[in-house]
Structure formats: structure tokens, C-alpha cells
Design a binder for this molecule. Structure first.
Ligand code: 3PG
Length: 307
């Protein structure tokens, strides 16, 4: 019997936890829960005797792994695993996995929710604009990008994508126009939605020179990571172009500057909530539990992300 810890600083909804518990206990394992924890010491104590761990955006550093003497597998219930120290996982012989695609629709719906809210001036009664006929560029065409394309087409938008890791044929098959460079994408689209992971190649990769290329009434939508934005460049273009807007599910470090200078031109959610739906919590949480149970039973490493 293995002890499987769910450690979530931002808790799953109760029904997702119930379903995770069913998967764990019906396979003969034990579930431990650490939800809404406030300090790293709580996490260090909880992980001490865990054989497996499910997390969300929780930071899993080498300090956490040092405390996890029995840990064999950690699953990030979600897509982005920039919160896991992968080298440290490997050094500790711990398999790290993610659950790609499980919360993608929720993220895409939030992106459109923010776009509609902004386009209608926060439902203030002031005349706004429509999405139909506008262009949207998907910066990366993974699981969220595909849902974005589907919804965008439903709204009658012109959908473009740039992704050097996806074949042109695959993008075209989804009824999406292919951009061969990131410059081409930003030049073509009034709306740009970010769906790229945060890593050393993408950090600060979206900044002044790209945003400057965007057409009039440009809107940058970020349901990815704050790290991919060069905030100095973003603030510079905000200062130069009063038409540009920034809608983000990840609060920028320079929030106070936006609040002070650019009221009405941004949306920042209270807490990262792209994946905060009952469905996404169930999908990602249960997938994570199943992957752990399967790993213990068969050694299946299909979703392993460390070397
Ligand atoms: C992800 O990478 O899956 C999303 O950013 C969701 O993150 P969360 O589970 O912390 O809400």
C-alpha cells in the first residue's frame, strides 16, 4: 500500500478530491490531503512519508524533495511543469509527470471570457466591440491553442497560429492559418493569446518589439505564465500606445503601475483561475491519480517529463 499525497496550495473542488480518493482507495492505496497550506513547513512535514504526490502550481524545489524520503513519483495535475525542479527530481530518482490536455478547455474558456469582458468595457453599459471578424493569433498551438481555435472559429474570428513544434499540415487541418514566424503572427493579429510554456527559451520572449507590430486596438491575452512577458517592454508599449490592452490570468510583478496609470486597459484575475473549474479539477486530478496507480502497478511512464 502506497501513501499518495495531494498537496495543493490552491485546492481542487471537493468533488474532484472525492473522485481522486476513489481511484486511490479502490486500488488499495492511502490518500493524504494537504490543502490550502500557508507555509513550506506544512508541505515539508506532509511529504515526509509520502510515496507519491499530486500537485498543481505548487513549488517543488530540491528542499521539498530532500524532505520526501520515500517519494517515487510526483504528478503535476495540469499542463505546465515549470514549478517542478526536474533536475532535482531526477537526482532523487523521482519520476515527474504532467497531465497534458486535461484542463485545457477551462483555460481557453477563461481567455474568451476575459476577451468578451474587455470588448464590452466590463459590462459597464458603454458601447464596445465584437469578436466576429477580428483576428486572433495563437502563440503556440498545443492543447489550449486547439480549444482556442475551435472557440475562436465559433465566434467568427480569423484564427492564426505560430508553433515551430507543430506541423503546418496539423495547424491547417484545424482550419487555422499558419504563420511562419512570430513576427508574422503579431503583425497579422489584433488579438494575441499566449499558450507557450515558461522555460529558459521563452522567458521574457514577449516584449516591446513584438507588441509594437500589433495592429490598432491590440489585445494581449495571457493565460500562460507571467515569466514569458518582458514587463519593461510591455509597460513601454503601454506608454506609447493607448489602444493596447493586456488581459492576464497571471498577475504581473508591475501590477501597481498598471493600476496607477492604465485603468480600464487591463484585467488581472484575483488568483490564477484558468484551470479553476469543477471539470478541469476532476479531469486533471483523476488523471494524475490514475497515472500514479498505473505507475505503481505497471511502471507506465507515458507522461514522464524528466530524464
Ligand atoms: C496548468 O499549467 O495546467 C495551468 O496553468 C493550471 O495551473 P493550476 O492547476 O495551478 O491552476
Amino acid at each position: 500500500m502506497m501513501k499518495i499525497l495531494v498537496a495543493t496550495e490552491k485546492a481542487f473542488v471537493a468533488i474532484a478530491v472525492k473522485q481522486i480518493r476513489e481511484v486511490v482507495e479502490s486500488s488499495g492505496h492511502e490518500l493524504a490531503l494537504l490543502e490550502n497550506y500557508k507555509s513550506i513547513s506544512e508541505l515539508l512535514a506532509a511529504v515526509a512519508d509520502a510515496d507519491a504526490m499530486i500537485v498543481r502550481s505548487d513549488l517543488v524545489t530540491s528542499r521539498v524533495l530532500d524532505a520526501a524520503k520515500k517519494l517515487k513519483i510526483i504528478v503535476r495535475a495540469g499542463a505546465g511543469y515549470d514549478n517542478l525542479d526536474l533536475a532535482a527530481c531526477s537526482a532523487h530518482n523521482i519520476v515527474a509527470m504532467n497531465t497534458p490536455g486535461q484542463n485545457s478547455n477551462a483555460v481557453a474558456e477563461l481567455a474568451f471570457g476575459m476577451m468578451l469582458y474587455q470588448a464590452r468595457n466590463g459590462f459597464s453599459g458603454k458601447s464596445g466591440s465584437e469578436l466576429r471578424g477580428k483576428s486572433i493569433g495563437l502563440h503556440a498551438f498545443g492543447n489550449v491553442g486547439r480549444y482556442m481555435a475551435e472557440i475562436g472559429k465559433g465566434f467568427g474570428m480569423d484564427v492564426y497560429a505560430y508553433d515551430p513544434f507543430v506541423s503546418e499540415e496539423d495547424i491547417l487541418k484545424q482550419g487555422v492559418k499558419v504563420c511562419k514566424s512570430v513576427d508574422e503572427l503579431y503583425s497579422a493579429c489584433q488579438y494575441i493569446s499566449l499558450h507557450l510554456p515558461a522555460n529558459e527559451k521563452t522567458n521574457k520572449s514577449v516584449g516591446y518589439s513584438l507588441l509594437k507590430k500589433m495592429p490598432a486596438e491590440a489585445v494581449l491575452v495571457n493565460t500562460a505564465r507571467k515569466e514569458v512577458i518582458d514587463e519593461d517592454g510591455l509597460l513601454k508599449i503601454f506608454g506609447e500606445r493607448p489602444d493596447i490592452k493586456y488581459l492576464s490570468d497571471v498577475e504581473p510583478d508591475s501590477r501597481a503601475v498598471f493600476e496607477e496609470k492604465y485603468k480600464g486597459r487591463f484585467i488581472f484575475t484575483a488568483k490564477k483561475m484558468g484551470a479553476q473549474t469543477e471539470e478541469a479539477n476532476i479531469n486533471a486530478g483523476v488523471a494524475a491519480a490514475n497515472q500514479i496507480v498505473d505507475y505503481f502497478m505497471t511502471g507506465n511512464e507515458k507522461f514522464k517529463v524528466n530524464k
